[in-house]
Structures are given as C-alpha cells and as structure tokens.
Design a protein around this ligand. Structure first.
Ligand code: FAD
Length: 438
C-alpha cells in the first residue's frame, strides 16, 4: 500500500514516522511545499531571543534522516489538487514548475495554516510573520543586517506575546499594538490583567484599541492617530488554513476551510485523513462543541491514531480535545483548559475565582496563583484559566488529567497532591477549589 502525506512538519512528519514505526513495508511519501520539514515551530521565538542558543537544536529530522527510514521526502513540492475518485494528487515541483500526478491508497492531509497579513501591511518589506524556520532565519538576518533597535508587534496571541518577550530579551524596543483592551484574548481579561503591568515593567509600549491603518517611510500609522517607528513589524493575528487546494476534491470542509474528522482522523472521503491545525474535531468533555485547536499536542496525538488506523489497529481512537495550553510571559505563566470563554455561556454554570499562594506563604518568593473555573451544575469542569509566577503547568495538567478521567469539580478535593513548602501548601490549590464547589 502507498501513503501520501501532504505537509512535512508537526502533523505530517509525526504521522509518517509513527506509521513507519508500526509498519516497515508500507510505502510513504511526504510532499512539503517549503524548504524544511520536521522542525520545532514552538521553539522559534526562543531562538530569536537567544534562549535556544543553537539553530540546529530546532530541527528534529531532515529529508535525509527520513530517507534512512525509507520515507521519501520531496521539499519545494506543493500538492495543488486531489482527485479522490481516482486516488491521486497533483504535485507541483516548485523549482522546475513542472506538474505530475502521484497515486495513493491512503492520503494524510496536514497542511497547517499561513499567517494572516495585517490589513495595511500587504507587501511591506519590513513586515514579517513567524511560522517556520525560513521566517525565523529571515527575521534574524534582517535584525542583524539592519541593526534593528525597535519593532512593532501586531496582535497579542501567543506568537505576538512570545515575540514581544523575545525581542525585548535582545534589547530591541517593542511596541505592541492590540485592537481592543483584552490582550491575550483567549484568556479572560481579569485573569491576564496583570500582564499589562508586566509589559510596562519590561519596557514594552502597549497601544490598546488601535489597529494598523497603513505603513509609510518606516512608520506604522495607527487608527488612533498615533504613528510608531517600525523598522521591523511582526504580525501575529492568526492563521488561515491552507486548504484551498482541496476545493474540488469532495473532501468536506467548514465555511472557515477546516476539515472535520472523526475519532480515527478520517475525513468524509474514504482513505483520506486529516490532522493538525486544519482539523475540526470536538471537545472531550463537551462533545457537542466543535474544536479547532492549533497546538502541537492535538497534531501529535491524532498522528498516532491515524498511523494506527492505516496499519489496521482500530482500537486506538481519538477521544476529543481539552484545548490545554500554556504560555510564559516574562515572569508569568498563564494558560487554560476546556472550551473557549465565548462558548462557556451556552451552558448553565457557576464561576469560582480562587487565589492563594503558589507555595507556602512563608517561603521566599511566594506569590499568588489565581484560577477562574467554570463549573456546570452536574460538576463538569467546562473551563479553567490559571495565572501565576510559578506552578501553573502542574495545576493545568492536573486539571486536564482529572477531566480526562471523568473527574468532576467536587472530586478535586480527593486529588492527593505532592506537598512541601517550596511547591505548594497542605491546603493545596486545586483541593481548595474543589471545596469551594461543594
Ligand atoms: P504545520 O506544522 O504548519 O505544517 C504544515 C506544513 O504543510 C507546512 O510546512 C506547509 O508548508 C505544508 N503545506 C501546506 N500546504 C501544502 C501543500 N499544498 N503541499 C505541500 N505542503 C503543504 N503549539 C503548542 O502546542 N505550543 C507552543 O508553544 C507552540 N508554539 C508555537 C510557536 C510558533 C512560532 C508557531 C508558528 C506555532 C506554535 N505552536 C505551538 C503551534 C504548533 O506548532 C502547530 O499547532 C503545529 O505545528 C501544527 O501542525 P500542522 O502539521 O497542522 O501544521
């Protein structure tokens, strides 16, 4: 049997290597339209800031290392069409311009998305997005060549926030432009309010309720009538799915160009699977809620499920997502688990806000950890957001595991946590949240 994989990064490369691990016979070909495959997108901002000292550490595998595992990789090869009746893809060799067809028995689609261009910054040479190593290389080269001293970051999603932090760590002056007042808007405004001060403390100029109007002569002009010197602009306003090439394929897509998949990662078309940033699946604990989570875990997990399914192992299923996420912003850690804040209001629930010290209050460096948790009347934890200077990951991960195992809010009192003063309190954080729900 022959498998074609479209896209060679998080979802595609993982599906290919999982499948090869399970099955040494199957023929696997990866088509990737860009230069590199299998790199750590998530680490890119940290190389720009210098925390990841060596570029090569970001590269997990190369076409050569895949070839050694008998997986064929074609970079600079874009899949431009899919014929699902006759089971072939049309591929464009981007170096020669030549097109050819290649047949498959199974097709795995992991084309991800591309960064949205900020309106007003179209064709502006000074404006960059950060999606892959090529972008990272271009940004770093541009900073060095032009001795960049200041930059504007548009958007405060996790890429915008991480870039703002990492540019500051390189001593570049940063202005962040955000269209409303809620920075890092996927988390509740009152939870992340402290990040405004964190920006100020680290010398970031935050422009709220402002959008880019145009770019001229090295300045960004904003809708609030300000202009900001911007020899470098980083755009972080989200992704559009790379699914246009599937338009006439018969593969079902949503109005936003996402691909719905079932518990095996199958699309509506036989032998066609999809994963990663383009997939639409559902939430684990609120199954009627569609989920499109553009993070690494979902891509990696469903890659494993798809590899098993193609290999004929049908017991491995994808159960749905919790959207667990975390980010560091200078001294803070912040993240959430569960359905988005916008959808929480569709379910009857009560909200608990709780805060205490993240470790014993008498320990040096103790400070607050805060949670906002939404609980349905049957005790289902719909969503929770957590912020602190430390210990956010273990609380979120515990919550994710708890919800995954069917745990309700009131059962949090029974989670027996590790305690010693540097880490937590005997009346531990999540236990206290549990007591508040009873
Ligand atoms: P991608 O990894 O984007 O890969 C898709 C590939 O398909 C691309 O290389 C593209 O060129 C190729 N392609 C597209 N169309 C075609 C075509 N027609 N033919 C051939 N090839 C095609 N997630 C986290 O969980 N935690 C983090 O901290 C985190 N940090 C991130 C930081 C950055 C800067 C970025 C960009 C992402 C980060 N993510 C993080 C998100 C995570 O990297 C993505 O969710 C994940 O990479 C998605 O995998 P994917 O395979 O769907 O898409």
């Amino acid at each position: 049997a022959k498998v074609i994989v479209v896209g060679g990064v998080a979802g595609g490369a993982t599906a290919a290597s999982q499948l090869r691990r399970l099955n040494q016979e199957i023929d696997i070909t990866i088509y990737e339209k860009d230069r590199d495959i299998s790199f750590a997108n998530c680490g890119l901002p940290y190389h720009i800031g210098g925390e990841v000292d060596e570029r090569r550490k970001l590269i997990a595998a190369t076409p050569e290392s895949f070839n050694e595992k008998d997986v064929s990789v074609f970079t600079y090869h874009e899949v431009v069409g899919v014929n699902t009746d006759k089971q072939f893809v049309t591929v464009k060799n981007m170096t020669t311009g030549e097109e050819f067809n290649d047949t498959y028995d199974y097709l795995i689609l992991s084309p991800g998305g591309r960064a949205r261009v900020v309106p007003g910054l179209e064709n502006v040479e000074e404006a960059f997005a950060l999606h892959n190593i090529e972008d990272m290389d271009r940004i770093m080269e541009y900073i060095d060549e032009n001795k960049i001293q200041e930059a504007v970051v548009v958007g405060t999603g996790f890429i915008g926030m991480e870039m703002a932090e990492n540019l500051r760590l390189r001593d570049i002056g940063v202005t962040v432009v955000h269209r409303n007042e809620n920075i890092y808007g996927h988390i509740e405004a009152d939870v992340v309010a402290v990040l405004h001060q964190e920006m100020e403390k680290h010398g970031i100029d935050l422009k709220l309720n402002a959008e880019v109007e145009r770019y001229r002569d090295g300045y960004v002009y904003l809708t609030n009538n300000e202009k900001v010197k911007a020899p470098l602009v980083i755009q972080g306003i989200g992704l559009n799915p790379n699914t246009e090439f599937l338009k006439d394929s018969g593969i079902k897509m949503t109005g936003r160009g996402l691909i719905p998949v079932n518990e095996y990662g199958q699309t509506n078309v036989k032998n066609v699977y999809s994963l990663g940033d383009v997939m639409e699946t559902r939430y684990l604990h609120v199954p009627e809620q569609p989920a499109n989570i553009k993070l690494a875990w979902p891509a990696h997990r469903i890659a494993y499920v798809i590899a098993n399914h193609i290999h004929g192992e049908y017991n491995v299923k994808f159960e749905g997502l919790l959207g667990t996420n975390i980010m560091r912003f200078f001294d803070y850690e912040v993240g959430s688990v569960g359905i988005p804040q916008e959808t929480v209001r569709n379910y009857e629930h009560f909200v608990i806000d709780h805060q205490q010290n993240f470790k014993a209050g008498y320990m040096e460096g103790a400070s607050k950890i805060k949670i906002k948790i939404y609980v349905a009347h049957d005790g289902t934890i719909l969503r929770a957001s957590v912020i602190s200077k430390s210990g956010v990951d273990k609380r979120l991960d515990t919550l994710a595991a708890h919800i995954r195992m069917g745990g309700k809010a009131q059962d949090l009192v029974n989670v027996e946590v590790a305690y010693s003063p540097p880490f937590s309190s005997p009346k531990s954080f999540l236990n206290m949240v549990g007591y508040k729900t009873i």
